[in-house]
Write a protein that binds this ligand. Sequence first.
Ligand SMILES: [Zn+2]
Length: 81
Amino acid sequence: MPGAALVRRGEPYRLNRRDRNAVGMLISCKDASRLISQMQDGELSFRQRLAVRLHLMFCDACRRFVRQLRFLRTAMRRYTA
Ligand SMILES: [Zn+2]
């Protein structure tokens, strides 16, 4: 199938290793999950947060990751407080 190799499952936009690519704001799941972890600690710039939001719009896997992370953080806080 032509073009099928371009979209590998789980990593739809793996164009480079930086936070942004030539298109502008599209990031890989690897970058997204790293930024999402940092975002929980409030360490992201406006541009990085925007990139994450954009990624979450089309990536179901990372949306699940955000939910799991939030759940874990809440659970952790409950046990360490
Ligand atoms: Zn993703």
